[in-house]
Write a protein that binds this ligand. Structure first.
Ligand SMILES: CCCCCCCC/C=C\CCCCCCCC(=O)SCCNC(=O)CCNC(=O)[C@H](O)C(C)(C)COP(=O)(O)OP(=O)(O)OC[C@H]1O[C@@H](n2cnc3c(N)ncnc32)[C@H](O)[C@@H]1OP(=O)(O)O
Length: 262
C-alpha cells in the first residue's frame, strides 16, 4: 500500500479492447496498434508513425489541480462518451494519431443506446464522436482547445452496432484556431457516412500564457491585443495569479497524461 493517502488508483484505459468489441473492431485496433511499433532489420522494436491515445472516463480525478481550482471542479463529472457502464452499449472507440502526417483515425463501434432512426445511429451521437475525435486531434496538435465551430453533413446512415472509421486531418492553423476536416467512412472506405469541418480554438488561458515576458507570443507573433490584455489582467491581482498558475499546472497535467504517457 502506498504511504501517501492521495495517490490515485490506476484509471481504466477505455481505448483498450474489451469483450464487447466485434471481430472487425478488434482487427482494426490490431492493424493500427501494429503501426505504433516497428521492427528494424536487426529485430529491434522502435516507435512507428502512429500512436494510440489512452482514454479515461473522467479528466479531473487524475489531475493535480490545487486548492482554488478544485473548488471549481465537479467531482461527479464524467466524459460524455465514456459514461455508460455497460460495455458495448454506447461509444466504443480508440483513437490513433500520426504525428508526421498530422492525421488521426478513430475506430468506432456504435452501441444500441445510440439509436436515432430505427436501427441506425443518432445524428447527435455521430456529431459527438466527430467532436471528440477532432477535439482530441486539435489538442494533440495545438494544445487544449474548445470547439468553436462544427459543420456536419450526413451522407448515409450508420447501422447500429457497426464499426466505422472516423478520419480527422489538419487543414491549417491560424493564430489560436486549428481548422480540421473529418470523414466517417465504412471500414473498407467504400461508403461515405458523414463529412464535417471544424474549428478548434486554443483555450484563452493557455493562449494568454504563451506570451513571453517581452510581450512576444510564442504561438502567433501577430501582436494581438487579446493576449496582452489577459496577461496584464492576470498580473494585476494576486488571486488571479494563483488560479492562473493552478490552471497551467492542471492543463499541463491533463495534456501530458493524455498524450505523453503510456
Ligand atoms: C478545458 C480543456 C481541457 C483540455 C484537456 C485536454 C485533454 C483532452 C482529453 C480528451 C479530449 C476529449 C475531447 C473532447 C473535445 C470536446 C470539445 C468540445 O466539445 S468543447 C465544448 C463545445 N464548445 C464550447 O462550449 C465553446 C464555447 N465557445 C467559447 O468558449 C468561445 O467562443 C471560444 C473559446 C471558442 C472563443 O472565444 P474567445 O472569447 O476566447 O475568442 P474569440 O475572439 O471569440 O474567438 C477567437 C477566434 O476564433 C474565431 N471564432 C470563434 N468562434 C467561431 C466560429 N463559431 N466560427 C468561426 N470562427 C470563430 C474568432 O473570429 C476569432 O478569430 P480571430 O482570432 O479574430 O481570427
Amino acid at each position: 500500500m502506498s504511504p501517501w493517502p492521495f495517490t490515485p488508483s490506476q484509471p481504466r484505459d477505455y481505448s483498450l479492447p474489451n469483450a464487447s468489441w466485434s471481430s472487425e473492431m478488434q482487427r482494426l485496433y490490431e492493424h493500427y496498434n501494429n503501426l505504433c511499433e516497428m521492427e528494424t532489420e536487426g529485430g529491434e522494436k522502435i516507435k512507428g508513425a502512429w500512436r494510440r491515445l489512452p482514454s479515461y472516463n473522467r479528466s479531473l480525478k487524475y489531475a493535480t489541480g490545487g486548492q482554488c481550482l478544485s473548488k471549481l471542479l465537479q467531482g461527479k463529472a464524467r466524459i460524455f462518451t465514456r459514461n455508460i457502464e455497460e460495455q458495448g452499449a454506447g461509444f466504443e472507440y480508440v483513437v490513433f494519431v500520426n504525428k508526421q502526417e498530422k492525421t488521426c483515425v478513430c475506430v468506432f463501434q456504435a452501441g444500441h443506446l445510440l439509436e436515432g432512426p430505427p436501427g441506425h445511429v443518432h445524428g447527435g451521437a455521430i456529431a459527438t464522436i466527430i467532436d471528440s475525435v477532432t477535439g482530441t486531434h486539435a489538442t494533440y496538435l495545438s494544445g487544449p482547445v474548445m470547439t468553436a465551430n462544427l459543420t456536419v453533413n450526413y451522407r448515409s446512415p450508420i447501422p447500429l452496432g457497426s464499426v466505422v472509421l472516423v478520419h480527422s486531418s489538419l487543414d491549417k492553423t491560424e493564430g489560436r484556431k486549428t481548422f480540421l476536416s473529418c470523414q466517417v467512412t465504412s471500414t473498407d472506405g467504400s461508403k461515405m457516412h458523414t463529412e464535417a469541418t471544424g474549428i478548434a480554438c486554443l483555450c484563452p488561458l493557455v493562449w494568454a500564457t504563451s506570451w513571453d515576458s517581452d510581450g512576444q507570443s510564442s504561438r502567433c507573433g501577430d501582436g494581438s491585443s487579446y493576449c496582452s490584455e489577459r496577461t496584464a489582467e492576470a498580473k494585476q491581482s494576486p488571486w488571479a495569479v494563483g488560479v492562473l498558475f493552478e490552471c497551467i499546472l492542471f492543463l499541463n497535467d491533463q495534456f501530458s497524461k493524455t498524450f505523453t504517457s503510456h
